[in-house]
Design a protein around this ligand. Structure first.
Ligand code: NAD
Length: 347
């Protein structure tokens, strides 16, 4: 079994090599490609049986047509979100698609909370100031989170983990999800999105990117948020209409924005562009606000998560080879995806 792994970074190789070594006598051979998968690089998959991709690989129908012509039998996502893969095209060619649905929801939830805390208490600014010998507190004033209302949009694995942490901070936690979960009902109360928006001091997005959630943070919904509230997105960049969010920051309606993901991240994130002129004016505008924090899609990035991602990817391949299917198969959710009005559970 030959696996071509795209968008490889040194840490991917380290964790995949370790997971492969731990599975003694595995017959899975891994070829590492630094290039991301797209129409221009798909030829690199020739000779492989399966490809392994990450969040910014483009696995649309034209790439899938070419993967099929190279005899690819499976697409293994080493992440939970699968908005970058055309599942219907894969199904058409009989290519199995599987993801790693739950490598460490806590890793992402903890990072979401780290962003909230950093932005709220201005520790990012304090860090720079102190290094320059500036110990003044002006501009560092925060709010006590205890007693504040936090809104969770999407109460899946990560949303629930975030809700639990915020409950531990003494916050009142409310949520919106078209598929309510009994686990959340033990933590807080469900609301409609319209009810939730004006009540929250902090809103954290944890729903998948689908046609029904794209730009869920748009001008209309932003205008319904409480004055000065904070918006946090560790899910997918496309959930936020960045132009509207910039407007809301400029007119001071939005009090803070913490992003781990950005809708135009594909051409920038996961690489060093420090010696280049970055021509994304929208992202550059975002970075000029003192109350905006942008990170490069790193919420998943813990030792525990990378270990489980590599392990689970191997388990997925082994199951597909052995049984022709696997418990994390995504193509079986096509019926759900086919209804644009129905939000898809990203499980
Ligand atoms: P999950 O499938 O367990 O939960 C998603 C939840 O969103 C479900 O409860 C679903 O019912 C809900 N949902 C669907 N449509 C909705 C809508 N219109 N409004 C509100 N809720 C809706 O997924 P998860 O494991 O909790 O992951 C959530 C997202 O986090 C993933 O889709 C992925 O894009 C993102 N993610 C980001 C990172 C990172 O490093 N930043 C890492 C892992 C996952």
């Amino acid at each position: 079994m030959k696996l071509a792994l795209f968008s490889t970074k040194p840490y991917d190789k380290k964790f995949f090599d370790a997971a492969r070594e731990a599975r003694q006598q595995t017959n899975i051979e891994v070829t590492y490609h630094e290039a991301s998968l797209n129409d221009d690089t798909v030829a690199l998959a020739e000779g492989a049986d399966a490809v392994c991709v990450f969040v910014n690989d483009s696995v649309g129908s034209t790439v899938i047509d070419q993967l099929a012509s190279h005899g690819i039998k499976a697409i293994l996502l080493r992440c939970a979100g699968f908005n970058n893969v055309d599942l219907a095209a894969a199904e058409k060619h009989g290519i199995a698609v599987a993801n790693v649905p739950s490598y460490s929801p806590e890793a992402v939830a903890e990072f979401a909370v780290a962003l909230m805390q950093t932005l709220n208490r201005n520790t990012h600014r304090a860090y720079n100031r102190v290094r320059e010998g500036n110990f003044a507190l002006d501009g560092l004033l925060g709010r006590t989170l205890h007693g504040k209302t936090v809104g969770i949009v999407g109460t899946g694995k990560i949303g629930i983990a975030t809700a639990r942490i915020m409950k531990g901070f003494g916050c009142r936690v409310i949520a919106y999800d078209p598929f309510p979960s009994p686990a959340f009902k033990e933590i807080g109360e469900y609301k409609t999105l319209d009810e939730l928006l004006p009540e929250c001091d902090i809103i954290s997005l944890h729903c998948p990117l689908t046609e029904s959630t794209r730009h869920i943070a748009n001008e209309e919904n932003l205008s319904k948020m409480k004055d000065g509230a904070m918006l946090v997105n560790t899910s997918r960049g496309g959930l936020i209409d960045t132009t509207s969010v910039i407007k809301a920051l400029k007119n001071k309606r939005l009090g803070g924005l913490a992003l781990d993901v950005y809708e135009g991240e594909g051409s920038l994130f996961y690489s060093d562009h420090s010696g280049e002129i970055i021509d994304d004016d929208v992202l550059m505008r975002l970075t000029t606000f003192h109350n905006v924090l942008v990170c490069g899609h790193q919420a998943f990035f813990t030792v525990e998560a990378l270990t489980e991602i590599a392990d689970c990817t191997f388990r997925n391949i082994e199951e597909i080879v052995r049984d022709g299917t696997c418990r994390n198969l995504l193509t079986k959710r096509l019926e759900l995806n086919s209804s644009p009005s129905l939000p898809v559970r990203n499980v």
